[in-house]
Design a protein around this ligand. Sequence first.
Ligand SMILES: NC(=O)c1ccc[n+]([C@@H]2O[C@H](COP(=O)([O-])OP(=O)(O)OC[C@H]3O[C@@H](n4cnc5c(N)ncnc54)[C@H](O)[C@@H]3O)[C@@H](O)[C@H]2O)c1
Length: 327
Amino acid sequence: MVLVVGGAGYVGSHVCHALRAASEPHLVLDNLEKGHRQAVEGSPLVVGDIRDPNTVKRVLAEHMPDTVMHFAACIEVGESVRDPAKYYWNNLYGVLVLLEAMREASVERFVFSSTAAVFGEPHYVPIDENHPTCPTSPYGDTKLAVERMLRAFDVAYGIRSVALRYFNASGAQPGANIGEDHDPETHLIPRAILAALGRVPPLVVFGTDYDTPDGTCVRDYVHVSDLARAHLLALAHLRADGPSRAFNLGGGEGRSVREVIESVERVSGRKVPHSFGDRRPGDPARLVASSKLIQSELGWRPRFVDIDEIVSHAWVWHSAHPEGYRS
Ligand SMILES: NC(=O)c1ccc[n+]([C@@H]2O[C@H](COP(=O)([O-])OP(=O)(O)OC[C@H]3O[C@@H](n4cnc5c(N)ncnc54)[C@H](O)[C@@H]3O)[C@@H](O)[C@H]2O)c1
């Protein structure tokens, strides 16, 4: 049995879908601050906060999971600069509470949603696991601090973990009626689609003079269903007594902001209203992952690498749910 904390959010709900498809018993613990009850229909849900030790201890004692998967974090880089306390409190202290309760309950496997933000400004791309980690935001700091805590907890207490450093999670599980619904939505693909649908103001493209083929920033879009499969592989790896690992997870190709806008226009048949603005401080020109390590160690391969296919899955979700789960 797997305890999925933060399972009612975007990535977590796709992992729950994959767990249901694999008939893997699981339970979601989510405070629903950002998550959606409808996103985990079909999975049992406990509404509660991981920073509350009593809730976490009770859930572990009642359900005795063998593994915990963690998605329960605050996720906005800009907000983490304005309000770092919120991030250290939820993303770091929350994990400490969870790990302490796991230690007491002898739960010894942990899968962690980490991020490309642990690397900071890239020295080279594609970014592999040997790339130095030097986060440039409190958000990235909290994720790197958890990775370090996990290494220490393995050595000292035998809690083994897999940290999956996603690059840009995107798309939606076809046919599953689940998708991306963040508030606020800061990610490019949903913002471009919502702009095309007239649901949000025109997109602003930040910077057109980067050292990239078309001058706009390049990012690595990895399909959320491919991320979900990586979680199941991580689970199998830990259950087979595999060692603690940290893996980078990307779709394998960088796409520029302009390419994403063009893709949304092709897929939707609509114009994406947009304008061009200045660079945002701290935005690297390119962030592209090397996923060779997880490919060789866990046999993971992304199934959806074509940007139009990723965008079309997102388009199906957003055009049917222009107000997200409220639609
Ligand atoms: N979306 C991405 O592109 C991306 C990229 C890299 C890493 N990540 C990481 O993946 C994870 C999931 O991201 P997402 O996009 O699904 O975010 P999300 O906001 O959609 O999901 C997070 C979920 O956790 C829940 N939650 C937050 N704090 C909680 C707490 N204290 N107790 C209980 N539940 C809590 C929220 O209600 C929400 O359902 C995060 O840890 C994020 O840092 C996401």
